[in-house]
Design a binder for this molecule. Structure first.
Ligand SMILES: Cc1ncc(COP(=O)(O)O)c(C=O)c1O
Length: 367
């Protein structure tokens, strides 16, 4: 039985006629950049989160970068980031010429460990940038307390956790400004690149709208050295259709995750994902830690099961960051995770038989 890592068929096939209609309307609209669909999607996305403002941008990386820009984070500033995140989080900090300061994750949730943040705060620290990795909220209660104590900005990286909750509050609503990605594989994915920023601050929202559009509030008048990062009108129209299914798809992700958790519970070589009390996980990825990880991946591949590693090299050991002079051993938890983790297939439309087959094959490997 073939089990691909990710398939969009179950999501997109039933929506094809809606997508086609949206495309036809888009062609006829005569308005292709920052039009009514972007406005409508921004309003719906903000409403979904129970937050006042949303501004669409071109990608998740841009959302992070522009968030840092409008907070005026710049050269010689420090931004606290998890040591085990996707590179985009760190790249955004580099783009504003600030220094990424890595903090290790908790070994249980894989999210930034709030207990290790304070020791990294210096007079140069300007912000904490937590990431809700794999679909689970970081401990925002503790992070917000620390931010308040030291008067720091908080920027959430919500790219992997659309619809996740922490103490009944949605991720993407805790920070002063919050970035997200609608890269196609995300829980809410566009059919191309797209991203957004959410905030409760009218001032930051107005700034983002200016920065994403050449630094201009009034056409051909430029107040700041802005950027071109606008959410595509067509992607906004498609996202608007998909947003109404997000809760349903997240529930399906939870059902699949629960089946994995049940079927793999008795495999001692496998460490299963755990959910922090008060969190609702949305399982963007189902990541296990395991013995003989590479051999297991090869074995699964031989049985037509695709897996991936998120992520094989932590940011501090990436070639792009060699100038920071980190070495192996500097962030042992992030390194351990990179060595032990593997993501199993999980997406709406994945069948029970396929999950059973993956679990049976894992059990056969360890037997
Ligand atoms: C945690 C995280 N942050 C940021 C990004 C960047 O998003 P994008 O690919 O839309 O630029 C991604 C995904 O790609 C991500 O997973």
């Amino acid at each position: 039985m073939r089990v691909p890592f990710l398939q969009f068929n179950a999501l997109h096939q039933p929506l094809k006629s809606d997508f086609t209609k949206a495309f036809e309307e888009f062609i006829d609209s005569n308005y292709y950049v920052l039009g009514s669909k972007v406005k409508a999607f921004e309003a719906e996305y903000a409403k979904f989160h129970g937050i006042t403002y949303c501004a669409g941008v071109a990608s998740g990386l841009d959302a992070l970068y522009l968030s840092l820009r409008v907070l005026n984070i710049h050269k010689n500033d420090e931004v606290i980031v998890p040591s085990n995140t996707y590179i985009a989080t760190v790249l955004a900090v580099s783009y504003v010429q600030a220094k990424p300061v890595f903090v290790e994750p908790e070994l249980v949730t894989y999210n930034i460990d709030p207990q290790k943040i304070e020791e990294k705060i210096t007079p140069y620290t300007k912000a904490i940038l937590p990431v809700h990795l794999y679909g689970q909220a970081a401990n925002m209660t503790e992070i917000m307390k620390i931010a308040q104590k030291y008067n720091l900005w908080v920027i959430e990286d919500n790219a992997q956790a659309h619809g996740a909750l922490h103490n009944q509050k949605m991720t993407g609503t805790f920070g002063h400004i919050n970035a997200t990605s609608f890269y196609p594989s995300k829980n809410l994915g566009a059919l191309g690149d797209a991203g957004a920023i959410t905030t409760a601050s009218e001032e930051l929202y107005e700034q983002i709208k200016m920065f994403r559009n050449y630094g201009s509030k009034v056409r051909y008048y430029n107040d700041v050295i802005g950027y071109n990062s606008r959410l595509d009108e067509l992607q906004a129209a498609l996202l608007l259709i998909k947003l109404s299914y997000l809760n349903q798809w997240n529930q399906e992700r939870n059902q699949i995750a629960n089946l994995y958790l049940q079927l793999l519970a008795d495999v001692p070589e496998v460490v299963l994902p755990q959910t922090l009390q008060g969190n609702i996980h949305v399982y963007h990825l189902f990541v296990i830690r395991c013995k003989k990880r590479n051999e297991l991946m090869d074995y699964l591949k031989k049985h037509e099961i695709d897996t991936l590693i998120h992520y094989p090299v932590p940011p501090h050991l990436q070639k792009a960051y060699q100038h920071l002079n980190y070495k192996r051993g500097d962030f042992p938890i992030a390194e351990q995770l990179a060595d032990e983790m593997v993501s199993l297939p999980l997406y709406p439309g994945l069948k029970t038989e396929q999950v059973e087959f993956v679990c049976d094959t894992i059990k056969r490997f360890y037997r």
